[in-house]
Design a protein around this ligand. Structure first.
Ligand code: ATP
Length: 137
């Protein structure tokens, strides 16, 4: 089994959808290995999304991701990274399949309810950004 990393983004928390999203995650077979209800500054959001620096949506993404509380979590499952991206659906909710988390809960491309890591290396980098060794079970 392997791990992926997710963030439930500010609008999903504000709209009180965290419970429903976590239920979808559990129902799809993911086990929560670490979880944190927290909030990040603009500087921290900028560091987390550094790969997108310079892109047209970067500033809006940073503003949004620091606009309110989030839930960061590490999830375990066989084929975790791919299966999680399948569960959440396309980045743009208009293109996401029926029944995916983003289709159901996203408000826009930026406010698309959840993040899901795209590679083993990024799972590690992103998980380390939010959790220390003692917080992972
Ligand atoms: P994530 O990394 O959050 O799982 P992703 O891999 O589907 O999403 P990326 O291309 O890594 O998408 O973009 C990171 C985030 O930046 C997206 O989840 C979305 O919130 C925002 N974003 C990406 N593309 C756009 C865009 N064209 N317009 C507005 N926001 C965007």
């Amino acid at each position: 089994k392997n791990m992926t990393f997710t963030i439930i983004k500010p609008t999903a928390i504000k709209n009180n959808n965290a419970g429903a999203i976590l239920k979808m995650i559990n129902d799809a077979g993911f086990v929560i290995k670490a979880m944190k209800f927290t909030r990040i500054s603009k500087t921290q959001a900028g560091a987390f999304y550094a790969v997108h620096k310079g892109k047209p949506f970067y500033k809006e993404l940073i503003r949004f991701m620091s606009s309110g509380p989030i839930i960061a979590a590490i999830l375990e499952k066989e084929n975790a990274i791919e299966d999680f991206r399948e569960l959440i659906g396309a980045t743009n909710p208009d293109k996401a399949k029926e029944g995916t988390v983003r289709k159901i809960f996203a408000c826009s491309v930026t406010e698309n309810a959840v993040h899901g890591s795209d590679s083993v290396e990024n799972v590690r980098i992103e998980a380390d950004f939010f959790f220390n060794q003692l917080e992972i079970y």
